[in-house]
Each structure stands twice: as C-alpha cells, then as structure tokens.
Design a protein. Sequence first.
Length: 258
Amino acid sequence: MYFVEVLQNNAGQGEYSMCVISPLRTIVIASLLVFAVLDVYAQERTRTIGVKGLYTSSSRLFPSPDAADEVARFRYNSLDHIFGYGADIRIGIAKYNVILGVTVEYLEKTDDFITRFEEDDETFLVPTVDGYHIIPIELSGYFLIPISSEHFRFYIGGGAGIYLGRRTYEIGGVRSGSMEQSVYPGIHVVSGIDYYFHSRIGMRFEMKFRDPDIETRNRFEDDTITYEGRAFNLPDGEIPSRINVDGIAFTLGMVFRF
C-alpha cells in the first residue's frame, strides 16, 4: 500500500493560529527603537499607516524535501494565485527623502488534490487538501524618487524580515497537526506609488519581489482513515515539506498620513 498526490485545480480553506516567539518579539522591539530614534532627531517627518490587499502570482510546495531520490526531492506542487492582506506603519525624514517601515501580512493558499492508494491491484482515490499559511513580518527602507510631488510619491526600497509558516495538510477529511511554528529569515525588494487625493488620505500600489523558503513538519494523530467503507493507512511519523513563495506580490490599498 502506498500513496501519491495528483494536483487538482480547486481551492480549499484552512485555519491558522500564531504563537508568540522570540524572533517576533525581537523584530517588534527593534522597530520601536528605530521609530523612537527617528522621532527624536528628525526635524521634518511624515508618518503613514497603510492597509492593503495583496496578490502573489505563484508558490511551490515540496512534499518530499528529505527524499533520498533527487527527482522526488525536487518534485513540487504549484500553488498559484495567492491572496492575502496586510498593514504597515512608516515614518519618513523628508529632509533626506528616506522612509522606514514595518509591514505585517497574512498569506493563505490551499488546493484540492487526490491521494491514490493501491491495494490488491485496485486503485482508490481519496480527496486531499494541501497548502499553507504564512505571516511575513518585514522591516523596509524606502527612498523617494526625485520626480515625486505632493500628490504622487514614487519610491523604491528593500529590506529583510521573518516568515512564520505552517502547512495545511489533510487526507480524506483527517487533518494533520503542525509539529512546530516554522520561522525563517528572508529579504525583499519593493517599488511603489502613493497617490494622495486628499492631504491626509491616498491610495498605494506596490510591487514586491521576495523568495521565502520555509520548512515545515506535520504529523497525523490517527493511524488510518475510513473512506467509502474502506480503511487506509495514513503516513506515520514526521511529514516534512518545504514551502517556497517565489512569485511577485502586488498590493493595492489605502494610506493615511499624519
């Protein structure tokens, strides 16, 4: 008896719960210190709070990253068209055309698959859901391009962040549990435009390039599942996987200046 996964093209849903961990506290504390220093020494400054929806073009999930066979190790399922949302806070020094900001986002993507069980020369297809939840927390620096004006602000920048991720994996309606909260560092490059149709309110469009690579481990608590009157053995022990979100992220949202 064995199983393989075959990709289907339907979206599923998942749940996420984030635990508080030391890397998250570190980046939040560092952000507060940076903003405190800027608030003391900057003579000319602008602050903004932004909320946004985002779309990421593509990602990949590697179900067997620890396999001895090289072909199996690099086999992946494509998980494309990822939607999410986020918020950021930025503080800038107008004198130097420099802005620093912290962004928190939430990405979620699951797809429907089929797991194939073979027993006694018979093949049985069992519905499977696979995907992930990721929370990027990023520190960024931005430089205003000189062609910017009071209404249009063009910028480019980049930075680093941490990415908290978990895999969503279930077979025949039985969900595996995540064994740990995976946290991985990464870098990004960003460019965008703010359009202020009011002195304090505007719209923001942004493009971001990043490539987080997150390893996860899951485990099924149950040994078997029953599907259409038949019992099938579930994978036992740790189930490793690797998530790579390598697509371009496009964001559109509102920005409030104060």
